[in-house]
Write a protein that binds this ligand. Structure first.
Ligand code: SF4
Ligand code: SF4
Length: 448
């Protein structure tokens, strides 16, 4: 694709980067077939190729973003399915991240949406605020269906109430800063990203991770001063806040790597993993020490499934006679290209593993997407659940809290992959297992 940026525009590092990306696109359109929004809406402007043209015109023109561009970029899930399909290696992720930052700086959204986005950016990354907000949303849940109107903002409000869980688990003491010693001879040492939303919604995921790793002889450090990875803000175009959050993590983990040594930074929320693995790119224009530290942390970042394969996971219980539908989170399969490891691990643990049709399509969670674009998100969720149910599995396993929240509450129970692996290696059974067994007893679903 030809571009017409001026030499002055190319002085800006982000524009320079986007120019290089745009020039790799050959307009072939292969990406459209695997783009969830194009599949649903059938509009070229809601396909990757269409968005690439819109972004190109916006950046080259150097003018404020228009309502049309914002509408179509906002509908993008950042699922990165297009990057898996693209034969030319177009880095759509960096392009759309730049577009979102550009939109944030040049487009004034209607005030209700500005308020909602500001609220999400200031609440979700901070566990104490998020917990307080969820407790408030719980009180409002019974009134969700009384929210009047069919506007997008009314849908957003209803979606927020709907997504708030009915009950919240208490905070887990295991997630506080500390060192969890390896059982027996130490074979490795890792830092764990305990996350933001996940540690409030499902602390059992971090608990299972810590139990499983320490049982395998791996010391797990929860460092002081770490927090949200920055992904939620990054995907809303709030680059400054995302960088500040990322900087805190980089400081904490690089200090740990240099003092006591680390084999990996373990991440069990794949949406966060994609961002942490990209810290090197995010800090590419920073002064030397920060750039180097960001690259070091990005190189250490590993999904929990990669670490378990590396250290040789093995179960200690007999096979559970359960069929699991493995839902491959977009951030894991498209963002990090981790596809085989979680399925292999579940099979090693003794589960029968099924993969739903259209596994490349997003479930509609996508960070804050299911709040900001609730109608498309709900359509994707229903489509995903239909495909999962047709596998005949008794429960759903996934490696990302966003997907688990999006798919929960339907006909099948959900569990994080690591909770199932921990159970089969001696940990407690996650509640989803008993629910799955009950479902199997009543409907012969997922049983042998
Ligand atoms: S598949 Fe790649 S090269 Fe082809 S239109 Fe899509 S982004 Fe461009
Ligand atoms: S990231 Fe996903 S939704 Fe966005 S253009 Fe690519 S395939 Fe479509």
């Amino acid at each position: 694709m030809q571009t017409t940026f001026t030499p002055e525009q190319l002085q800006d590092p982000d524009t320079r980067e986007s120019n290089g990306i745009l020039r790799t696109c050959v307009h072939c359109g292969f990406c459209t077939a695997t783009c969830p929004t194009f599949v649903l809406l059938g509009d070229e402007l809601d396909s990757p190729r269409g968005r690439i043209y819109l972004i190109k015109d916006m950046l080259e023109g150097g003018k404020p973003a228009t309502e049309e561009v914002v509408r179509h970029v906002d509908r993008c899930l950042s699922c990165l399915s297009c990057m898996t399909t693209c034969p030319s290696g177009v880095n759509y992720m960096h392009l759309v991240d730049h577009a979102r930052h550009y939109i944030k700086n040049t487009y004034v959204r209607p005030w209700p949406e500005r308020t909602l986005r500001a609220l999400l950016a200031r609440v979700l990354p901070y566990p104490a605020r998020f917990r307080a907000a969820l407790l408030g949303a719980r009180l409002g849940r019974p009134f969700a269906r009384l929210v009047p109107g069919a506007s997008l903002n009314a849908e957003r409000l209803r979606a927020m109430f709907r997504l708030a869980p009915g009950a919240l688990p208490p905070p887990s003491p295991l997630q506080a800063p500390q060192v969890h010693k390896a059982a027996g001879t130490r074979r490795g040492r890792v830092a764990l990203l305990t996350g933001c939303a996940q540690q409030v919604l499902a602390p059992s995921i971090n608990e299972a991770t810590i139990r499983l790793l320490t049982r395998m002889g791996i010391e797990v450090v929860v460092t002081r001063d770490q927090g949200c990875c920055g992904a939620l803000n990054h995907h809303m175009g709030d680059q400054e806040r995302a960088m500040a959050l990322a900087r805190a993590n980089i400081g904490a983990w690089s200090h740990e790597a240099e003092s006591e040594g680390l084999d990996a930074v373990v991440i069990n929320t794949s949406g966060c993993g994609t961002t942490v693995k990209d810290y090197g790119f995010m800090f590419r224009e920073e002064p030397g020490p920060w750039r180097d530290r960001a690259e070091q942390v990005a190189a250490l970042a590993k999904d929990i499934s990669e670490v378990l394969v590396q250290f040789g996971y093995s179960p200690s219980r007999p096979a559970p006679d359960l069929t699991v539908a493995y839902h491959s989170a977009c951030s894991l399969q498209h963002g990090q290209k981790v596809t085989a490891a979680p399925k292999q691990l579940l099979a090693t643990a003794g589960f029968r593993v099924k993969e739903p049709a259209e596994g490349h399509l997003c479930c509609g969670s996508a960070g804050t997407y299911n709040i900001l674009q609730p109608v498309i998100a709900a359509q994707l969720r229903d489509r995903k659940l239909g495909n999962i149910e047709r596998t005949g599995a008794a429960l759903i396993a996934a490696g990302n809290i966003g997907c688990l929240t999006q798919l929960a509450g339907a006909t099948l129970p959900v569990a994080h992959t690591v909770e199932l692996l921990d159970w089969m290696a001696g940990g407690p059974a996650p509640p989803a297992v008993e629910q799955a067994r009950q479902g199997a007893r009543h409907g012969a679903r997922g049983a042998a």
